[in-house]
Write a protein that binds this ligand. Sequence first.
Ligand code: MG
Length: 235
Amino acid sequence: MRRRDLISFAPVAALIDMDGTLYDSMPLHARAWHRLMTEQGIDCTLEEFYMYEGRTGVSTINLLFQRAFGRELSEEEALELYRMKTVYFNELTAPEVMPGAQSMVAQFIDRGITTVLVTGSGQHSLIDRLASDFPGAFPEGRRVTSRDVSHGKPHPEPFFRGMELADALPENSIAVDNAPMGVVAAAASGAFTVGVTTGPVPSRALYEAGADIVYDSMPEMASRLPLLLDKSLSI
Ligand code: MG
């Protein structure tokens, strides 16, 4: 509040990332990406894909092609590779709901805070599960996916779109994301930015990306959320 010259903090919207936040899907994405890029003759590590999390698929593909071959692909070629990556992802066992995520979402809903999905993903296999895994939290009209934005994370546009859907101002919004790119985007949007480490990315990387607070796991966030939401916050 001091940093933003606010005299009170009353969140009305929670803008929540999907992969690595609501679902423990990042290890599967990393494996699918690694398989795809290795087949393309690109030298890469499994771990590096955690750093690209939040980007759109096409921008990740072009980043690696630029690095390996000094050129980008046409839109058509890139979309074809992204389609293959989706096939590889869907061949793997479906990811579990992230422990703690349902509790976090329920706590927002209990307090009348509007929950909105803000993901760089466009994968139907997970988006279609939201209604059963998080009932009432992310109905149609409260989702921002890769199909709804012209600039993906780390650009703040996805979070701005989420605020529009919730009819909320940045200073009344909380953003939750597990990846450096997502945290950069959320912080740039002006939302109070919660980073959660759920994979190999260290908490330091999320603070450096601009997080206001970082929790070491989703269960930790879920258990400490009342401290953030229920304190009568005013200076
Ligand atoms: Mg994520």
